[in-house]
Design a protein around this ligand. Structure first.
Ligand SMILES: [Zn+2]
Length: 232
């Protein structure tokens, strides 16, 4: 089976399992989605730990502004040398978060190969970090705004990391998935028509996309929150 066939088979299996129960469909879909995210995360965590535990771990970016050495375990990213390959020990190097961002700014992704069965084959592998403080006395607990101007920039990244500043918890949303939620009708009237992404009270296992000026419906994306400390 190729990737598209696996996706189609998975959709069928989820649909058969849920039958005509929309709540079950929602639950099963979320469960599978979340577990696959965790699987990928575990692979990355293991490789990152091995590289960090090596003798004098160093930054793989040739223009590293931190002298090349890695002193702290925080704020360190995994970078895939060959972006058409996955996360493996020999295809990965460590980079400081800012070095990683610079690397990908200097090496924009090559255009996608339309014949490929993997949609994100050539996407960048950097993570764009977005931080939110905790809000009190509101219907929501965290709030990130994305400006329309940042949409093109998103293509340089593999995923956006939403970070809760107070707890250090973070979740990753792949850029192609995120862009599906950032539609014209969902733009708000803040600044240049920013999109609003929130974590609502009592609904912390999902990101809530604000209705824009042209709709009154919230959209929800299930996410898994991680602690960087737990990965070490
Ligand atoms: Zn560096």
């Amino acid at each position: 089976m190729d990737a598209k066939e696996i996706l189609a088979a998975t959709r069928r299996a989820i649909s058969e399992c849920a039958g005509s129960d929309p709540d079950r469909l929602f639950y099963v879909n979320r469960f599978v989605f979340a577990r696959l995210q965790v699987d990928e995360r575990k692979t990355k965590t293991k490789i990152k730990k091995e590289l960090l535990d090596a003798d004098s771990p160093s930054c793989g970016y040739s223009g590293c502004t931190h002298g090349g050495s890695i002193e702290s375990r925080r704020g360190i990213h995994l970078h895939r040398r060959n972006t058409t390959r996955g996360y493996s020990r020999d295809n990965c190097v460590l980079m400081h978060a800012d070095c990683h961002t610079k690397y990908h700014a200097e090496h924009p992704p090559v255009p996608r190969d339309e014949t490929s069965d993997v949609d994100e084959r050539d996407a960048g592998s950097a993570i764009l970090e977005k931080e939110s403080k905790r809000y009190e006395g509101q219907r929501f607990l965290y709030w990130w705004d994305l400006s329309p101007g940042s949409l093109d920039r998103l293509d340089r990244y593999e995923a956006v990391e939403f970070l809760k500043k107070d707890t250090g918890e973070r979740c990753h949303v792949p850029v192609p998935a995120l862009k599906g939620y950032l539609t014209e009708e969902r733009r708000t009237n803040r600044h240049g028509g920013n999109w609003g992404i929130k974590v609502l009270k009592e609904e912390e296992d999902q990101l809530a996309f604000e209705p824009g000026v042209k709709t009154d419906r919230w959209l929800y994306l299930p996410v898994v929150w991680f602690h960087e400390e737990q990965e070490d």
